[in-house]
Ligand binder design. Structure first.
Ligand SMILES: NC(=O)C1=CN([C@@H]2O[C@H](COP(=O)(O)OP(=O)(O)OC[C@H]3O[C@@H](n4cnc5c(N)ncnc54)[C@H](O)[C@@H]3O)[C@@H](O)[C@H]2O)C=CC1
Ligand SMILES: O=C(O)C(=O)Cc1ccc(O)cc1
Length: 308
């Protein structure tokens, strides 16, 4: 049990990420009160059944009243709507943060609504799974994972220190970068892999020769990993694609170019080119494993999930 870092925390959105935060806050005693708010009445009721907080309200404006820390965990496309709802009732001196997978767009949506005296610090925990909703969350999701902050230029160092202490208590390692850099890096390491997964599973499904039963029957291979990613929440990933458009399109263009190179090498039987690339990528995988960043399975948090 850690000392309470905050008197009152408001969690807006209580799906996979919000509910995982709630579980950790409760287990670690990081706040005296945890107010939960979410748009859907059914999800709010489920959060209450799971006893994820100390009080529950459908109104985000009500939820943030008197809160020292507000964490917005909604699909990135809903960020502005939430910012508008909470702006007038935020406590002076409160820290407002988010967990969205894209950062420049979230800042553009939320920062203009933040009142003077409120500390808005955008964040992104690099931890999650393909599941969604309050039942999908679990204690320890953020343990050993990166949490990236993209602070605005005039960010109060004391507020940043408090938010760092919060995520550190959840077991995260903290990094800071500017939002544009974040969006480019995440486009290649997270957004593209999901888009590729959605695409390859869609293509397989469209192929007349690969019937549904064959996909299931033979998926105990690399394809299975793609189907896990392709099972990720459609609303969340629609929003990521629409709100990191430029960086994703840039990375997709590079990806397509490199794929064309590979295609050409296969067509012309250029085995040396294929061998050179496959050797290079194998080295990358091995260096990740050696750096201790591998979790045996290539996804975030799978260990903890498997234990459930
Ligand atoms: N799923 C993942 O693995 C990760 C997701 N993220 C980011 O975290 C955020 C939340 O994702 P998840 O928890 O996975 O999603 P989720 O679908 O499990 O939960 C989303 C929550 O937001 C609520 N919500 C939706 N629109 C709302 C609105 N307008 N006002 C109030 N509540 C609203 C939903 O009722 C639900 O409680 C997203 O921005 C996502 O990009 C970040 C890291 C990992
Ligand atoms: O399930 C997986 O493999 C993920 O990649 C989870 C994930 C999804 C989105 C993020 O912004 C961060 C992590």
């Amino acid at each position: 049990m850690t000392d309470a870092l905050f008197s009152r925390i408001a969690l807006i959105g209580i799906g996979l990420i919000g509910s995982s935060i709630a579980r950790d806050v409760k287990a670690l005693g990081l706040a005296k009160e945890v107010v939960i708010s979410t748009r859907s009445a059914e999800t709010l009721r489920r959060a209450e059944e799971l006893q994820l907080g100390t009080s529950y309200t459908a109104s985000a404006a009500e939820a943030v009243k008197g809160a020292d820390l507000v964490i917005v965990s909604v699909p990135v496309g809903a960020s502005e709507e939430v910012a508008r709802q909470i702006a007038a009732t935020l406590k002076p001196g409160a820290i407002v943060t988010d967990v969205g997978s894209t950062k420049a767009s979230v800042i553009a949506q939320m920062a203009p609504h933040m009142p003077e005296g409120v500390h808005f610090i955008p964040g992104h925990p690099l931890a999650g799974t393909e599941k969604s909703g309050p039942d999908a969350g679990f204690e320890g999701l953020f343990q050993g994972r990166w949490c990236i902050f993209t602070p605005l230029p005039d960010t109060d160092p004391e507020a940043l220190r408090k938010l760092t202490a919060f995520w550190t208590a959840l077991g995260s390692r903290i990094d800071e970068m500017d939002p544009q850099h974040h969006d480019k890096v995440l486009a290649i390491v997270s957004h593209l892999p999901h888009i590729i997964a959605y695409n390859i599973v869609g293509t397989a499904d469209d192929l007349e020769t690969v019937t549904e039963s064959e996909v299931i029957k033979y998926s105990a291979s690399g394809f299975r990993d793609f189907t896990r990613l392709a099972a990720s929440d459609p609303t969340m990933w629609r929003d990521v694609c629409l709100h990191n458009r430029e960086a994703i399109l840039e990375m997709l263009a590079r990806f397509s170019e490199d794929l064309a190179y590979l295609q050409r090498a296969i067509r012309w039987g250029e085995g040396d080119k294929l061998f050179e690339l496959f050797s290079r990528t194998r080295t990358i995988r091995r260096s990740i494993v050696e750096a201790g960043q591998d979790v045996d399975v290539p996804d975030f948090g799978r260990h903890a999930l498997d234990k459930k």
